[in-house]
Every structure is written in C-alpha cells, then in structure tokens.
Design a protein around this ligand. Structure first.
Ligand code: GAR
Length: 200
C-alpha cells in the first residue's frame, strides 16, 4: 500500500473521512501512516491517535523560518518513506522549494469550485463567506495536486453543492463537507494511490 501522510491544522473531519474509508475498505491502495499538525491543539491529532496512527507536531513557533519548518517536515516524511502527502485542512502554504520536491505527490482539498474563491487568503470559513457575499448559487469542493501556485495545481475531482436560502458560512461549510469533501478526498487518494502503484 502507498504510505500516506495527512497534514492537518484543525478539527480533522476530512482526516476522519479518510480513516473511515480505510475501515470501510473503499480506500485500499493507500494507508495513512503519519498525521502531521502545525497546531498542537488540533483535534485531528486525537482522531489519528484513536485510529492508531503516528502523530507529529511541527509548530511554526519552533522554527525560525518557513525553510527550517519545511526542512523538518521533509526530513520527517522521508524518514518514514511517505509516498503521498494529503493536505486536509492544512492552513499553511508550502513554498515552491517544498512542492517541487513532490511533483504530483501532494493532494489538497479546497472547499470551493476552483478557480472560484481560491488562492492565498481563501481558507476555511472565509471561502464560504466569499461565496455567499458574491451571491453564487452553486459552490462545491475541489481536490487537486499541489504545486507552487496556491490552489493552482491540476484538478483531480470536483463536486457541486447548491446554496440554499438562509445559508450562513457555517451551514454552507457543513453541507460542502458532507456532500463533497468527505466523499471526494478519500476517492482521490484511492485513485492517485492506484496510479502510483501502477507506475512502480
Ligand atoms: C475544510 O473545509 C477544508 O476544505 C478547508 O478547511 C476545512 C478543514 O476542515 N481547507 C482549506 O480551506 C484549504 N485552503 P477539517 O479540519 O474538519 O478537515
């Protein structure tokens, strides 16, 4: 199985969806063997521990520069033979130096239909606020490869979600997660893991 590391910063519901897909057998070509958080308080760490997955906290405060943080991250991933990196609510932008080391080996889930409401500054609830402020009637989620352009890598999967009267950013975020993110991300990991294995 492809060794997968999931990078998180917060609640980790997408991580949970991945672990649930492993348990259900729908994710069978890849296995989460490491969860890395830049936030020591992230509930995602508890979810990983409950599933018996190794966890690692790499806190920005412990590293003087982004380069030092990314070197520590790269060292940790390589030491464990990680083959696929999944950003699941990871709230830091990775530099070109880092992403260039992992071409088409980093996935991200974004809570909108790229190229709408994406790029630097669009993360978490802000994405849903922007969609509601603009007045779009359809939003959704995107899973894409990560390159040096924030939210700019090749798209792997997208799913549309309708906006409803009375939506708040919080209500919309939950619907986009339930109807799109939690479905798309495990499927994309399975697809990319199969592709990685078929190339070996
Ligand atoms: C998810 O909605 C994810 O798409 C988003 O943050 C949330 C994390 O939730 N990611 C971004 O906005 C990245 N630009 P989770 O911790 O419960 O998975």
């Amino acid at each position: 199985m492809v060794k997968v590391a999931v990078l998180v910063s917060g609640g980790g519901t997408n991580l949970q969806a991945i672990l649930d897909a492993e348990d259900a057998g729908t994710l069978k070509s890849g296995k989460v063997t490491l969860v890395v958080s830049n936030n020591p308080e992230a509930f995602a760490l508890t979810r990983a521990q409950n599933h018996g997955v190794e966890t690692l906290v790499l806190s920005k405060a412990d590293y003087p520069t982004r380069a030092a943080f990314e070197t520590a991250l790269d060292d940790a991933l390589r030491a464990r033979g990680i083959e696929l990196i999944v950003l699941a609510g990871f709230m830091r932008i990775l530099s070109a130096d880092f992403t260039n080391k992992y071409p088409e080996r980093i996935l991200n889930v974004h809570p909108a239909l790229i190229p709408s409401f994406c790029g630097e500054g669009f993360y978490g609830l802000r994405v849903h606020e922007a969609a509601l402020d603009y007045g779009v009637k359809v939003t959704g989620a995107t899973v894409h490869f990560v390159n040096e352009i924030p939210d700019g890598g090749r798209i792997i999967a997208q799913k549309a979600v309708y906006i409803e009267d009375g939506d708040t950013p919080e209500i919309l975020q939950k619907r986009v997660m339930e109807q799109a993110e939690w479905i798309l991300l495990p499927q994309a990991i399975e697809k990319v893991s199969q592709e990685i294995r078929s190339r070996v």
